[in-house]
Every structure is written in C-alpha cells, then in structure tokens.
Design a protein around this ligand. Structure first.
Ligand SMILES: Nc1ncnc2c1ncn2[C@@H]1O[C@H](COP(=O)(O)OP(=O)(O)OP(=O)(O)O)[C@@H](O)[C@H]1O
Ligand SMILES: [Mg+2]
Length: 272
C-alpha cells in the first residue's frame, strides 16, 4: 500500500510555510481514493509525494514498505507508482500513439517483444487499440489523456496517481476517463489516488480525503462528503446539476438517497 505517516512538507524557499501538515493516509491495492480541496490546499504536493517526486520534510511516505526518502530505492518507488498529470499535451512525447506509450518502458530497456506486449495491453486497457498508429495531436483531449494513462500502465505500476486528469476534458472525455479510472482500481486491482475537483469523479471513489490549507479536513465516504454542503463549499466542489436537483427534491420530502449524482439513479429513486 501507499502509506503517508504524519507527513509534513515545505517547499524550499517558502520560509518554512508548510504545504502539507501531518497528513496520514493509505491507499490499498484495488482501492480508489479521491483527494479534493480548494486551490492551493496541497493536492498536487500530496500527489508528488506519493511517487517520490518530492520527499517529506517530516514524517514518512512508503510504497509497499519502500521509503520514498531512501536514495537507493528511488527507482523501485518510481516503478511501483505511475503518475498522470492534468494536461495531456504536456505528457505526450511520441509522434504516433504506440510510440508514445512505449516511451517509458523503452527507456528502461524493456526487450522489444515484451515492449510490444505491454504497449498492446496498455492500449487495449484504455480502449485505444484501433488508434495505435494515429498521430497524438489528431486525438481528442480525452483520447490523449487515455494515451497518457496507457503510457503510465505500460510501466506496469501497482499504483496510479492521477492529478486532476479530467479537468481539461469535455463531459464525454471526462466520463470515459472516469470509467477507465474506476475499472483500473475495481477490476484491475491497482491502488489509485485520484486528485479531483469534480463531484462526479469524487462520487466514484471508495474514500475521499479533503485537504484544507495542507491538513486533512475530511476522510470518509463520498456520500458523506457530497451531503455536507458546508464542507463542499469550503473545498470548492460544485455539485453537478442532477446533484443539486436531487438535494432540492430531498428537501421537499422526496425519497432520494444522499449522493445521487446522475439522472438514472435519480429517476430510479423517484419511480422505483
Ligand atoms: N514549486 C513550488 N514552490 C513553492 N511553493 C509551492 C510550489 N508548488 C506549490 N507551492 C505552494 O504549496 C501550496 C500547495 O500547492 P499545491 O500545488 O499542492 O495545491 P493544489 O491543491 O494542487 O492547488 P490547485 O488546485 O491549484 O492545483 C500552495 O500554497 C502553493 O502556492
Ligand atoms: Mg494541483
């Protein structure tokens, strides 16, 4: 598992001002953990600590027992944790899709036959096998983000850390990437840390952590968070319109479960 034990972090030159304070959390294999919070609350810092890009100023981060601060095990941590960022354009390096996906493992010296197998499996996992020879700049933003996820998967990581991977996507692209993230945790057994501003992304997690000024302000179920108006407002999470409608109907006495986010569940609740 990924384990944060009372982690503190201050950026060099920040005058000792902490970006994270006493953060304790775990991400188990097969678990999808969302991280939310207002701008500047420390989400990206937390994500970069999870794969060893940053090292804690106090406390410890371990991945399957390996301390990210151990200089001799840096590559063990990197190979255990795949990282996906917000902007797919920043992450794509290949001139065709399959070359891009092959980039990471190719650099590690993975043999050609295995490389072929990894690229094919990763593209299949993100549903892009048919586009393997396409030029990345001809893809939609959602497809590009799936290429970036395939690139991370080709490294065969146990864990994936995704930092707001859907924030630049249109609703269709967002839904396809959220479905993919859900499946990577719940079907493929990856431990997934998903930084998300988006209520529909948060709703699909097993657990949500809300950061406030670098501290954990909430650690619990998505339904518990999504029904806490005050916490949602503080964390800057806007409910999607169906969620707002569901809340309004509940206030009027309709039997609508807390955390209802999509039209299908709402209709099912109103007309069982
Ligand atoms: N490279 C850096 N050097 C110094 N301070 C930084 C650096 N990166 C972030 N910070 C500061 O650390 C704090 C947490 O930033 P972080 O990027 O982790 O927040 P975030 O929750 O990801 O915000 P956003 O929602 O805007 O992505 C902020 O106060 C930010 O200004
Ligand atoms: Mg961020």
């Amino acid at each position: 598992m990924i384990r944060f034990e009372s982690v503190g972090f201050a950026y060099p030159g920040s005058g000792g001002r902490s970006a994270l304070t006493r953060v304790t959390l775990t991400v188990e294999p097969g678990e999808l953990v969302a991280v939310a919070g207002a701008n500047g609350s420390g989400k990206s810092t937390l994500a970069r600590l999870a794969d060893g890009l940053l090292r804690p100023t106090s406390g410890s981060v371990t991945v399957d027992g390996v301390d990210t601060a151990d200089d001799e095990r840096v590559w063990d941590v990197r190979s255990l944790v795949g990282m996906v960022f917000q902007d797919p354009d920043d992450q794509i390096v290949g001139t065709i899709v399959e070359e891009d996906v092959a980039f990471g493992p190719g650099n590690l010296g993975v043999a050609p036959a295995e490389l072929r197998e990894r690229v094919d499996a990763s593209l299949a996992a993100v549903g892009l096998s048919a586009l393997s020879r396409r030029e990345p700049h001809l893809l939609s933003e959602g497809q590009k983000q799936r290429v970036a996820i395939a690139g991370a998967l080709a490294m065969r990581p146990a864990y994936l850390v995704l930092d707001e991977p859907t924030s630049m996507l249109d609703p269709g692209g967002r839904r396809s990437v959220l479905d993919l993230i859900d499946g990577l945790a719940h079907r493929e057994g990856h431990g997934v840390l998903h930084v998300s501003h988006d209520a529909t992304g948060i709703a699909r997690a097993d657990r949500v952590i809300v950061l406030e000024s670098g501290c954990v302000a909430y650690d619990g179920t998505p339904a518990g968070l999504l029904s806490d108006q005050a916490m949602l407002a503080r964390a800057g999470i806007a409910l999607p319109e169906i969620g707002v409608l569901a809340d309004a109907l509940r206030a009027l006495g309709a039997r609508v479960p807390e955390g209802t986010m999509d039209a299908e569940s709402l209709v099912g609740a109103l007309w069982p």
